[in-house]
Every structure is written in C-alpha cells, then in structure tokens.
Design a protein around this ligand. Structure first.
Ligand SMILES: *Cc1c(COP(=O)(O)O)cnc(C)c1O
Length: 443
C-alpha cells in the first residue's frame, strides 16, 4: 500500500495519543515508518531519522537489537502465552529470580531481609505497574492494622501513568484536571526540581507525615528525573531524605522508575544513586527493550508477607497478559545484554558529553535556559514563554529536516536516546539538536 493511501486510512480511523486530532488531520504530514534498526527509523520515502527519544523512552538498546529479536523468536517457537493462574513457566520464574537479584539493596548485608525487594508482580505497562503498587500499599495497610492509611503523597509535576489510579497520584494539571471529579484525594507537595524546591518539598513531606501519620499510605515519586513534567531533575539526596522521613513513621516509599530505571541515569536504578531501597519499585518501558509491552512491580518481603494467611487477604488483582512469556523472555535477554555489553558503563562514559553539549548550547544560543543532564538524558528549555508551543513545534520541524526525530515536550527540548548509541551517532544527534535550536533561535 502506498504512503498516501496509508496516511488517508490513518486520518480516517486512527485516534493518536496526546494529539489534537483536528490540527493533526488538517496539517500534520506524519512520518510513515517502515523499518527501524538501532537508533535509526526508516520511512516510506527511503529517508532515515535518528530516534532522539528511543520511541517514547522504551528503546534503550536500540531498535531490534539482534539478541532480543532472537530471544523473542525462540520463545515464540514454544510458548507465546499462558495465564499465571495455577501455572508457572520458565521466563516468569527465571526473570523473577534475576530481577530480585539486581534490585536495589539485594546485595547489601545491611538491608534486613524483610526490606529486600524479593517479590515480583507482572503486568503490562507503566501505568499498571503503578496501579499495582498503589493497590498493594493500600491493601497492606487495610489488613495489617493501619486501615486509615489510604492517602498518598505525590510531587507537583509527577507523572505516573494513564489509569484513573495512576492519574490520581499524578501532578501534571493538563493531564489530570479534566478528570478531577473521578480522582482520589492525594497530598500534593512541591517538586524538588523547582527553584528552592528541595527544601520546601522535604519540609512539606515531613509536615504531611507528621500531620497525619496514621493516614498516609506512602510517598510515590519518580526518583531524580520527573520525565513527563519536562525532564525536571533533582538531587538523589532528596530521595534519601524522603526515605528517612517515611521510615521515621514506618510508611511506604514507592519508586516509579518506569522512565529512570534500566540504566537511564547511569545507575541501574535511580534510587541506587541515593543508596535507597524503596518498598515498591515500578518498572516498564525499557524493561522489555522496546519490543513489546511488559511491566513489573517489585515488592518488599514485608509487603508480600502482609498478604499471607486467609484467602480474603490475597491480592485480588491480575491482568490477562500477566507474566506473558514473550515479554518475560525478552526482559531476561535485556538484563543479559546490559551485563554483556556493560550498558551502565557505556552510559557513564557518554554522559559527560551529553551534559557538556547542553551546557554549551545554553551558553552560546539565545533564548535557552536551564540546561540540565543526568546520564543519557539531556534537556534545555526555550525561554520567553507565550509562544512556546510554536517554538517547540518549529524545533521539531527543523530537526526533522536534518534527519532527526526530536519531539519537544512543551517548551522543553530533550534527548533520551538508546543507551548504547554509537559515539558517531551521538555526535550527529547532539550536533543536530544544536543546529535545529540555532535555526529556530535565528527566527
Ligand atoms: C511512561 C511512564 C509511566 C506510564 O507508563 P505507560 O507504559 O505509558 O503506561 C508511568 N510512570 C512514569 C515515570 C513514566 O515515565
């Protein structure tokens, strides 16, 4: 089918995510991608584009990494899917062992065994990984002596997913306000990434815990980088201090590492930068290397123990594709590739170049503010406000003409490419971002 026909069908039938469809149908000439390999997207016109955001943050090993494709194909030869009800299988059981062995604190003798993240609950995506964590925390307290503990503390700008539960703990007004009447009540505190935010956020977390220690089920946060807010970055110290505050009243810390996990920051998990062991850890996106939807919520041994006993104490929760063998098998191979190709080492080696490039752009181009970087994530904001939506769009167009797929979030221009991006391609990417910003800055 030719390109024009495909686009016609798309515009007649497909409702795109996060897209103003009237404008899209009237004005957008979408990329039509026919193939993707490594960091490159290939379109129907034979042009290629460097994927600057790893296809919405999932593709940390590049597209179609040969080992992942091989593992998936092999698994498809024997078992594509079966429920986890009274059944187990190799990929789910072995991934459970491998993930818990790599979990924050797993190898630390000073971490008591009930605090270790020794249990894994599988689901399909980041939103469900968070939904699982919320339900586990709430039910744990309900049946373990603290039934009033039903409220969560969450940060301004937080993004935890799309379900009503994960939207309830979110803090991005554009995504949550329209659903306001449907959302459950949470305690919002400032983001540590705001100017002077660190001290204020910590003080408000402590105040909220002190005001109602018997009502707070936990604090949920995206450690170190609040991705969807616009790559807001804060110190790992904040995570450590919140951990101390939650321990002081014995309530939970939920780390949503759907974006920051799997090496994005140069550590395996962002909480590792702080030496923190959360009670619940949410993983998705890069966990399955950009091949298929798959997620895991890791829970402490203490939480798991709180669901034992009579049948009515069980977690009555599970999705159709829970523990899907294809997803679990690919996730195992992802972990193996990280080990064999020293992906964390690669990030640590390349990170200084990302940081230096964004600092240089902000120093030399007009209108750029707040350059920032952690690991393989670099970002800068287009200052000036007001016209920001338009300038973000112009950066996208300028980048596209240069063979770069770069989608700003509002007025934030950022990169979150594959962690194993070859050095020469990283140079192309950083140069392409700089040239695109220069073009737009020149008006
Ligand atoms: C993307 C994201 C989610 C939601 O994941 P989906 O797979 O899109 O449902 C949740 N939390 C964080 C931090 C994310 O970046």
């Amino acid at each position: 089918m030719d390109r024009a026909t495909l686009v016609g069908l798309d515009k007649q039938h497909v409702w795109h995510p996060y897209t103003a469809m009237e404008q899209y149908i009237a004005k957008t000439d979408p990329l039509v991608i026919v193939r993707a390999e490594g960091v490159w997207l290939h379109d129907a016109d034979g042009r290629r584009y460097l994927d600057a955001n790893g296809s919405w943050w999932v593709s940390t090993l590049g597209h179609r990494h040969p080992r992942l494709v091989h593992a998936l194909t092999e698994q498809l030869g024997s078992l594509a899917h079966v429920s986890l009800a009274g059944i187990t299988h190799g990929p789910a059981a072995r991934l459970g062992a491998e993930l818990t062995a790599l979990a924050p604190g797993a190898d630390r003798p000073d971490v008591p065994s009930e605090q270790k993240l020794s249990r894994v609950f599988y689901s399909d995506n980041g939103s469900t990984a968070v939904e699982v964590a919320i339900k586990m925390a709430a039910q744990y307290w309900a049946q373990n002596g603290r039934p009033r503990r039903t409220r969560f503390i969450t940060l301004t700008g937080a993004f935890h997913g799309e379900t009503i539960g994960s939207t309830s703990v979110g803090g991005v007004h554009e995504f949550r306000d329209v659903f306001g009447p449907l959302l459950f009540d949470v305690v919002h505190v400032p983001s540590p990434a705001e100017p002077d935010g660190h001290a204020r956020a910590l003080a408000e977390v402590k105040a909220a815990l002190a005001a109602d220690p018997d009502g707070i089920a936990g604090v949920i946060l995206e450690p170190v980088i609040q991705g969807a807010a616009g790559m807001w970055m804060s110190s790992p110290d904040f995570v450590r201090e919140v951990r101390e505050a939650t321990r002081a009243v014995d309530t939970f810390l939920i780390a949503d590492e759907v974006f920051t996990g799997m090496g994005r920051t140069g550590a395996r998990f962002a909480v590792d930068l702080a030496g923190v062991v959360p009670d619940l850890l949410c993983l998705a996106k890069a966990l399955s290397g950009g091949l298929l939807p798959f997620a895991a919520t890791l829970a402490s041994e203490r939480i798991f123990q709180g669901f034992l006993g009579a049948k009515d104490r069980a977690l009555y929760y599970g999705h159709s594709y829970c523990g899907n063998p294809l997803g679990a098998c690919v996730a195992r191979e992802v972990l193996a590739v990280y080990r064999d190709e020293d992906v964390l080492g690669q990030v640590q080696r390349k990170a200084p170049r990302v940081k230096a490039a964004f600092e240089r752009m902000a120093a030399t181009l007009p209108g750029l503010v707040r350059p920032r970087a952690v690991g393989m994530v670099g970002a800068v904001d287009l200052g000036g406000g007001g016209y920001f939506a338009d300038s973000g769009w112009r950066v996208y167009e300028a980048a596209r003409r240069r063979g770069l797929y770069l989608r700003p979030m509002g007025n934030t221009v950022y990169i979150a490419p594959a962690l194993n991006i070859p050095d020469a391609d990283l140079d192309l990417l950083l140069q392409g971002v700089e040239d695109s910003l220069r073009e737009v800055a020149a008006g």
